[in-house]
Design a protein around this ligand. Structure first.
Ligand code: NDP
Length: 245
């Protein structure tokens, strides 16, 4: 895709699922991708795959998005390697669904740290560079749970509503400065995301529930579509749900 070629795209949570799929698809479209997460073995494997399948260069940066300094260094290293940061995809996230009565306060705190503070640190680290270079794009991965709240999703939804509120505010503030803002809200996607749920009541609730799920590439398609639009087009909100049979 012409408008994706040679853009520098930084992706948090690139070690699995949706982030990994975004990195691959963006690289296939000619982007220079910067892969960020904590599991560097997975990022190195992805980087090798990108190089062999697309001949694109990529950069691996070990990053915990809850650590402000590490996120600042991520953007700094991307600029050093590729000279600019054109797109930041704030994708890293955790979903530890639980019922409020079960008082999973450590998991509430972790979701706030990764899903909200991690996104804010990404904005803090990349927005000044985008404003200085006269443009860029911030893509925040929220969720259908940022539009609706389900039993056990109260805290996760609170974080994803927060992400969407950030997107909505930024889209209005930054348009005149040339910074595009895209909020992506996936429905259920096959990934590792549900593996971190510890609330036995939630695990039991989902045990026999049969629901169709999207593939990670379905979300990557939406992200690369938003990046690939001409600079005059601001794709602000994309909601992608699986069809149900
Ligand atoms: P995965 O669990 O497969 O991926 C999550 C990614 O986030 C991993 O790469 C993980 O990397 C990274 N991550 C987690 N914590 C941190 C951290 N502290 N610092 C840096 N990276 C971190 O799930 P998905 O691909 O499904 O999720 C991606 C995003 O999509 C999330 O924001 C999620 O909320 C959202 N989403 C997912 C849906 C789904 O059904 N799957 C539906 C709606 C939204 P590592 O562990 O290596 O650090």
């Amino acid at each position: 895709m012409e408008n994706v070629k040679d853009k520098v795209v930084v992706i948090t949570g690139a070690s699995s699922g949706i982030g990994e799929a975004i990195a691959l698809l963006a690289a296939e479209a000619g982007a220079k991708v910067v892969l960020a997460a904590r599991r560097t073995d997975k990022l190195e494997q992805l980087s090798s795959r990108i190089e062999s399948e697309t001949a694109q260069k990529s950069l691996v940066v070990k990053t915990d998005v809850t650590n402000r300094t590490e996120v600042e260094q991520l953007v700094e290293k991307a600029k050093q390697e590729f000279d600019s940061v054109d797109v930041l995809v704030n994708n890293a996230g955790v979903m530890q669904l639980s019922f409020m009565k079960n008082d999973k306060v450590d998991e509430w705190e972790r979701m706030v740290d990764v899903n909200i503070k991690g996104v804010l640190f990404g904005i803090h680290a990349s927005l000044p560079a985008m404003l200085e270079q006269g443009g860029g794009q911030i893509i925040n991965v929220s969720s259908v749970a940022g539009h609706e709240v389900f039993p056990s999703s109260a805290v996760y939804s609170a974080t994803k509503y927060a992400v969407r509120a950030l997107s909505m505010g930024m889209e209005k503030e930054l348009s005149k400065a040339g910074v595009r803002v895209t909020n992506i809200s996936p429905g259920a996607v096959e990934s590792e995301l549900t593996e971190h749920i510890t609330d036995e009541d939630v695990i039991a609730m989902f045990k026999d529930r049969d629901m169709n799920k999207l593939k990670a590439v379905d979300i990557a398609n939406a992200v690369v579509y938003a990046i690939g639009q001409p600079a005059s087009v601001n794709v602000n909100e994309v909601v992608v749900r699986p069809m149900q049979s």
